[in-house]
Design a protein around this ligand. Structure first.
Ligand SMILES: *Cc1c(COP(=O)(O)O)cnc(C)c1O
Length: 459
């Protein structure tokens, strides 16, 4: 009997892009030239690209059709109104400003909402988010539950905010010294772990008590909604659209990277309910992005994003999405490969500390593992560990996160189950000869967001 545990693709393929694999000797050349940094490998040299789920989505025929009817007017574009009305309907916020991508929205929000010296608590940091918070004088404080920093604790909502940590911060620093709460759904660097509706409701209540604002990093809100439907009592019969709307009903606003859950290749936006803050955001967007009616996006991109938002909450789409990721993770677990558990929404995260237990964190095990996986198989993954975490802005010391991970990120609607099998086989083969993986050291370390352009050599 065929096992139907994993749903088939809820689409058929209309356009294809050939992939090819270069041989091992060529891959060894490539990784050396790239300074052992998978960000610096040309796409042409990659067989299966799991670097990121950001902007790597396959658009639907409807979205491509939408590109043709994009209104490219500099001001007052029809496509802007289409996007605005869609965001209002699906996210529920009063105001929306398009940005070129998520970090554009983060830049504007951090500039208008953070006073130098204020704290910005959040459920684990994200690279660009923390950068903008700190660049505006904010101090990021991690208030995710402790379990999120452990790869082996199985919890349904491992991205939750620890309400005690939040209360303690308020007691210690005073609510006037907290800019806002940044609540990410799902938590990227914890392995795509979701936040429960109950937790969002409780955070709202606590913040109301102290007059604090809550802004969501909404990047993977639809994936988060699927986990709520699957795991939280009372939501099994609610639609994904209803769940997403309820999630945002507990927020004052959100930054969104459209390159993830909006199923497009570029774009983002900033949402809020507050009229005064919206006025300030509108004044800033013209400096960094463009007119408030396009904010760094082409009309056609806004059109495609509006359609992508509608498609993203379709039940068959999101079920297939989450379960395809889980299929890969389950195969690795079955073979004894150490991964972040439970399996999250957008990728499978290899636990490099356990995978490369012969290396210390200062030998950059996740960076080395990602480089070796490429040489082994042509599969491109990404480091999410000590390199991504960067240095403390005051002491200059390396942040040494508990999580030292390699992210196998699955692009939306791009690869098939057969591709997942190939990836699983490659990881398992590498795991069997894991002692051959050598540590790395920097030969070039950029000052900001170093993981993008850093170069290394083998020790
Ligand atoms: C990708 C991402 C961002 C930044 O969005 P960009 O579109 O890449 O600028 C912010 N937060 C999270 C959690 C992300 O994954």
């Amino acid at each position: 009997m065929l096992d139907n545990k994993y749903p088939p693709e809820p689409f058929r393929i209309k356009s294809v892009e050939p992939v090819k694999m270069i041989d091992r000797a060529a891959r060894e050349e490539v990784i050396k030239k790239a300074g052992y940094n998978t960000f610096l490998i040309d796409s042409e040299d990659v067989y299966i690209d799991l670097l990121t789920d950001s902007g790597t989505n396959a658009m639907s025929d409807r979205q491509w059709a939408g590109m043709m009817i994009g209104d490219e007017a500099y001001a007052g574009s029809r496509s802007f109104h289409t996007l605005k009305e869609t965001v209002q309907e699906y996210f529920g916020f009063k105001h929306m400003i398009p940005t070129h991508q998520g970090r554009g929205a983060e830049n504007i929000l951090s500039t208008i909402a953070i006073k130098p010296g204020q704290f910005v608590p959040g459920n684990m940091y994200f690279t660009t988010t923390r950068y903008h918070q700190e660049a505006n004088g904010g101090n990021f404080i991690d208030i995710v539950i402790d379990e999120a920093h452990d790869t082996q604790i199985d919890l349904p909502f491992k991205g939750n905010i620890d309400l005690n940590k939040l209360q303690n911060l308020i007691d210690k620093e005073g609510s006037e010294n907290i800019a806002y709460i940044c609540l990410a759904v799902t938590v990227n660097l914890a392995g795509g772990q979701p936040v429960s509706m109950e937790n969002m409701r409780d955070v709202r209540k606590l913040c109301d008590k102290h007059g604090l604002k809550v802004f969501y990093d909404a990047t993977r809100c639809v994936e988060n909604a699927y986990f709520i439907k699957e795991r939280e009592a009372g939501y099994a019969n609610k639609s994904i659209k209803e769940i997403v709307l309820e999630m945002f009903s507990y927020a004052d606003g959100a930054t969104m990277s459209g390159k993830k859950d909006c199923i497009v290749n570029i774009g983002g936006f900033l949402c809020m309910n507050d009229d005064e803050l919206f006025m300030q955001a509108k004044e800033l967007v013209v400096v960094f992005e463009g007119m408030p009616s396009y904010g760094g996006m082409a009309g056609r991109d806004m059109e495609a994003m509006a359609i992508g938002i509608k498609e993203s909450v379709q039940e068959e789409y999101i079920e297939h999405r989450i379960k395809q990721v889980r299929y890969l993770g389950d195969n690795l677990l079955a073979a004894g490969v150490p991964i972040m558990e439970p399996i999250g929404g957008h990728g499978v995260y290899l636990d490099a500390k356990r995978f490369c237990s012969h290396l210390t964190q200062e030998q950059f095990p996740a960076q080395a593992l990602a480089a070796n996986l490429y040489v082994e198989s042509g599969v491109r993954a990404m480091e999410r560990g000590i390199i991504s975490a960067g240095r403390n802005k005051d002491t200059g010391e390396n942040h040494a996160p508990k999580l030292e991970l390699v992210r196998l990120t699955i692009p939306r609607r791009v690869y098939t189950y057969a591709h997942m099998d190939v990836v699983a086989k490659a990881v398992i083969a590498l795991h069997e000869k894991k002692e051959s993986i050598k540590g790395l050291r920097f030969v070039y370390e950029p000052k900001m967001l170093r993981f993008f352009n850093a170069r290394f050599e083998e020790i």
